[in-house]
Design a protein around this ligand. Structure first.
Ligand code: C5P
Length: 212
């Protein structure tokens, strides 16, 4: 019997806590990542989904690892990366977290007018540094300007095989929408555009391209 393809995918936002009742996050719904995970499962891949907090039903038959913070997501991704054949970082990881995280709720009157933020570790860059020749690594670039240029810089800097570019400045696509429009760039100079479609259709097209 042929060996199953192991697919590791992250989805959804992360939450970076300020105190027990407040956090920094973003509007990612997780829909694109979940659509990719479900499509991979349909193809009989062995799927591990590392997910931030989302309002989506859990796909059955998929190994699900629930996380909240970028650091928790990082740990899960690193733990599962070595055995993965195809890894997709679809999650909208917060780039920054509060330097201080209070264990008690800060009173409204005492809440600081400024909060110092520090960068989170770039998980995708770490995975790119560890990647073996046999592994395929894919990232997402959610951009609002200089689309192609920014995507290509990330493709190279993070040592990816493919990057999926989407324009998050357009309301009808991207974050929290049922639809998207994606352009894929590869490390060997391929450019493939997938027209405006549901995230399910895009997931099928993306996996077909990646595993060709
Ligand atoms: O550099 P930028 O954040 O725009 O890159 C987006 C890609 O990097 C996405 O695939 C996202 O999942 C990943 N990322 C990450 N760790 C971070 C920030 C982003 O893996 N701390």
């Amino acid at each position: 019997m042929a060996k199953k393809i192991n697919l590791l995918i992250s989805a959804g936002p992360t939450r970076e806590w300020i105190d027990p009742v407040r956090y920094i996050s973003n509007p990612s719904s997780g829909k694109m990542g979940y659509a990719l995970a479900k499509e991979a499962q349909k193809r009989n891949y062995s799927v591990t989904l590392v997910t931030g907090p989302v309002h989506l039903s859990e796909p059955e038959g998929i190994c699900i690892r629930k996380v909240e913070t970028a650091e928790q997501m990082r740990k899960e991704m690193l733990e599962n990366f070595e055995s993965s054949d195809v890894t997709i970082m679809c999650a909208a990881v917060c780039d920054h977290r509060p330097e201080v995280q209070w264990s008690q709720k800060q009173k409204k009157e005492e809440f600081p007018s400024q909060i110092k933020l520090v960068p989170t570790i770039d998980i995708l860059t770490e995975l790119g540094n560890r990647k073996k020749a046999s592994q395929i690594l894919i990232g997402f670039a959610a951009e609002t300007e200089n689309f192609e240029q920014n995507a290509k810089i990330k493709l190279k800097q993070k040592n990816l095989d493919w990057i999926a570019l989407n324009d998050v400045s357009r309301k009808q696509i991207g974050f929290n929408s049922e639809y998207n429009e994606i352009t894929m760039f590869s490390s060997n100079q391929k450019k493939v555009k997938f027209e405006f479609s549901s995230k399910e259709i895009l997931a099928t097209q993306m996996l077909e391209l990646i595993t060709k």
